[in-house]
Design a protein around this ligand. Structure first.
Ligand SMILES: Cc1cc2nc3c(=O)[nH]c(=O)nc-3n(C[C@H](O)[C@H](O)[C@H](O)COP(=O)(O)O)c2cc1C
Ligand SMILES: [Mn+2]
Length: 481
């Protein structure tokens, strides 16, 4: 049964032994972050701080911070189940004959149930405040010592594409500047930034923005998914939870937000207004330096009577976002394989913080096939950020990083097998020669073929004969080993 809100998710974590309530006072400045960091690094529970210093609103953190928590969030026993569900839809073909078509009806009905539903009221409207509010009433974290201030780190930022009217929901952190103003850190490649550019292009003065903080877990998670532009995150959330997301109209704009949200900030971004954002201890494990970003002016806050403030911290990996990203890797594999069926598996190790390193195994079918796969990945949505791509043959288990390192390093003649290309760079990369502009490296670590100009013999990997293994299994026991 789909969770109706954040509260139900928190209860489910509690029942599974994946939640710890902290009943005493803890400071939202740095202390909660240190708790969260230790908890995620030791495989600990999600945390609910009942008495954050200076606020009556509890803080929930690390709800997705682990494989088991991700499973509870998405109500599966393995996220591969979602990949399998997606694969099932991708294989849907128009069946032959009437009986076949009738058999498809339930599937089609199920698809219809993913679409979000507009409702007239919801818990996020229990309190509506047009004035007299302050963002400092909320227990917004300062995560790291050199951060530029407090940051809302788990917001669902809603905007509309002015050309198509389609909604977008992305997770973009928001630095709290004062009682009613925040930064809006949508990086240039993201949909929020694209909507802003389009508004600017049409000469608009303002763009409406609504931000939901805290919702049912599938809805929260959908905001981080690297979906194609104009594919509604709320529809995907409906697919993930198997039930439509209920949306309510904002008080001050024609945007809609999840009715179950804990807290909603309504406001606008003034086109052309930029302000220094950061520094911020980021998911690279380094501080992102100060940069100019748009500013959100909050004009109205709606919320539950007793909301919970949902947040996260990022920093040296692995953090909560690693587990969110790992599930993305699993869920999106069938979609990637739709375009690239030769891909067997991919792995983005925690240390590679998603975009720095992607390990790919392929079934190699023609000369320079590995290069084709690299270029395809660099052309595939947010996978464009992949700084280093290592392509190996299908017999290499990319989930085993030691095996990849061993085989790949043996297989490469660096000058021949490494490809450098220029391309768009993740805004958080601090090493590229210009922001958002730099180079990438592809490593073809597949076995080289004569058709690729490799005429020397290629050796086999060493393996013991199976009959010897079986015999030694026996002798091993006999030896008391
Ligand atoms: C905890 C967390 C914080 C994030 N913060 C930002 C951010 O500040 N700016 C940004 O552009 N992307 C951020 N992201 C990544 C985006 O949410 C992600 O790229 C998403 O797919 C963007 O959606 P869009 O394609 O609809 O723009 C964050 C992701 C997570 C998990
Ligand atoms: Mn999107």
């Amino acid at each position: 049964m789909a969770y109706n809100d954040l509260g139900e998710f928190i209860r489910a974590l509690d029942q599974a032994g994946e939640l710890k309530r902290i009943p005493f006072e803890v400071d939202a400045v740095l202390e909660i972050a240190e708790f969260a960091d230790r908890a995620v690094k030791s495989g600990g529970p999600a945390l609910l701080f009942e008495k954050p210093k200076g606020s009556s609103i509890p803080v929930f953190i690390n709800g997705f911070a682990g494989e088991r928590k991700m499973q509870i969030a998405l109500e599966v026993s393995s996220v591969e189940e979602i990949a399998a569900r997606i694969a099932e839809y991708l294989e849907l073909r128009m069946p032959e004959g009437l009986i076949g078509k009738l058999k498809m009806l339930p599937k089609l009905a199920e698809m219809g149930s993913f679409f979000p539903k507009v409702v007239s009221k919801g818990p996020c409207k229990e309190v509506v405040r047009h004035d007299g509010f302050s963002l400092f009433d909320y227990p917004v974290l300062q995560c790291w010592p050199k951060d530029g201030g407090r940051f809302i780190t788990l917001p669902l930022v809603f905007t509309k594409n002015p050309d198509t009217g389609k909604r977008n929901c992305g997770m973009y952190r928001m630095q709290v500047y004062d009682e009613r103003t925040t930064g809006m850190h949508w990086q240039t490649h993201k949909q929020g930034a694209e909507h802003y550019r389009r508004r600017k292009h049409e000469g608009a003065q303002r763009m409406d923005v609504a931000v939901a903080i805290g919702a049912d877990p599938a809805t929260m998670y959908s905001a981080v998914l690297p979906l194609p532009p104009d594919l509604d995150e709320m529809m995907v959330a409906g697919f993930l939870r198997g039930k439509p997301v209920e949306m309510v109209k904002c008080e001050t704009s024609d945007l809609e937000v999840p009715a179950c949200a804990e807290i909603v900030l309504e406001g606008y971004v003034e086109i052309g207004e930029l302000r220094t954002e950061g520094p911020f201890g980021d998911h690279t494990g380094f501080y992102s330096l100060e940069d100019d970003y748009p500013v959100l002016h909050v004009t109205c806050i709606t919320q539950r009577k007793e909301p919970v403030y949902a947040t996260t911290i990022v920093g040296p990996p692995p953090m909560e976002d690693y587990y969110m990203g790992k599930a993305i890797e699993r869920i999106f594999l069938p979609l990637m394989r739709l375009q690239l069926p030769e891909v067997r598996d991919i792995n983005m190790p925690a240390e590679g913080i998603f975009h720095n390193l992607i390990l790919v195994s392929i079934r190699k079918s023609y000369p320079l096939h590995a290069r084709k796969v690299m270029h395809a990945i660099w052309g595939l949505g947010q996978a464009m950020f992949s700084k280093v791509i290592v392509v190996v043959d299908e017999d290499v288990d990319v989930q085993n990083v030691r095996e990849v390192a061993w085989k790949a390093l043996n297989n490469i003649d660096p000058e021949r097998d490494i490809q450098f290309v220029m391309g768009p760079i993740d805004s958080l990369d601090h090493s590229s020669r210009l922001p958002n502009f730099g180079s990438k490296m592809g490593i073809d670590a597949t076995r080289k073929w004569p058709e690729e100009g490799f005429t020397r013999p290629w050796p086999d990997v060493i393996e013991m004969a199976p009959e010897v293994k079986r015999r030694v299994d026996e002798l091993w026991k006999q030896a008391g080993l």
